[in-house]
Design a protein around this ligand. Structure first.
Ligand SMILES: [Zn+2]
Length: 224
């Protein structure tokens, strides 16, 4: 279930609700079963069909190169299918001078495409984990946000996937992930509501069992 609030952080009980029913469709690895990829010409033909479906003429001058550009843009929008989050997290450091507290990245920019309408949802990701022996370069956490966001997604699935990848890749004692995003499928179509933040959370391990730790994570986001 998605918790929708009006630009406000949500209460603990709501957070619980938002994490329930989260299903992880793929784990941190790149999808195992590769589909037969169409050719670039086939992809461009599909874009021409959609232009005509929208009501315009795919042959008019301004649109003539659009299918090529869209096909190219799709490679960038969906480059996450080529990446493996567990691989990205595999270069870890063990010498951390005894550091054993929370490691947190707040406010990682995220842009993705919703799998229901293929329109963008854009927002911020906050990640924290409690290391066991291994820590990872902090830029790698931002990288895995890229990996999962550059796929067709739901915000709920992505939240769970990021947490699962950190748990698996770093054998963390616990992971906390919060995503706040605005969905253009809500602001541009359907109910047409602007500035509504959808907030999803996932807490594993010590973040799930230790209420104080969870509060600390949420507090650090709020005070940012
Ligand atoms: Zn949508």
């Amino acid at each position: 279930m998605t918790t929708i609030t009006d630009n406000a952080l949500i209460t603990d009980s709501q957070i619980q609700k938002s994490t329930n029913g989260c299903t992880i469709k793929t784990n941190g690895h790149a999808p195992a079963t590769k589909i037969q990829k169409p050719t670039e010409a086939e992809a461009e033909a599909a874009v021409r069909t959609l232009i005509a479906w929208a009501g315009d003429d795919p042959e008019r001058e301004g649109l003539i190169d659009t299918p090529k550009r869209v096909a190219k843009a799709y490679k960038e929008f969906f480059k996450g299918y080529e990446e493996d989050a567990i691989d990205i997290l595999s270069r870890t450091f063990e010498d951390v001078g005894g550091y054993d507290d929370m490691i947190m990245l707040r406010g990682i920019d995220m842009s993705s495409h919703c799998e229901h309408h293929m329109v963008p949802f854009i927002g911020k990701v906050h990640i924290a984990y409690m290391p066991s022996e291994k820590v990872v370069g902090i830029s790698k956490l931002a990288r895995i946000v890229e990996t999962f966001s550059k796929r067709l997604q739901t915000q709920e699935t992505m939240t769970a996937q990021i947490a699962a990848a950190i748990d698996e890749g770093l054998q963390a004692r616990g992971t906390a992930v919060m995503i706040e995003a605005e969905h253009q499928c809500m602001s541009m179509r359907g109910v047409q509501k602007q500035n509504v933040a959808t907030i999803t959370t996932r807490f594993t391990g010590v973040f799930d069992s230790n209420k104080d730790l969870k509060e600390r994570f949420l507090g650090l986001i709020k005070n940012g």
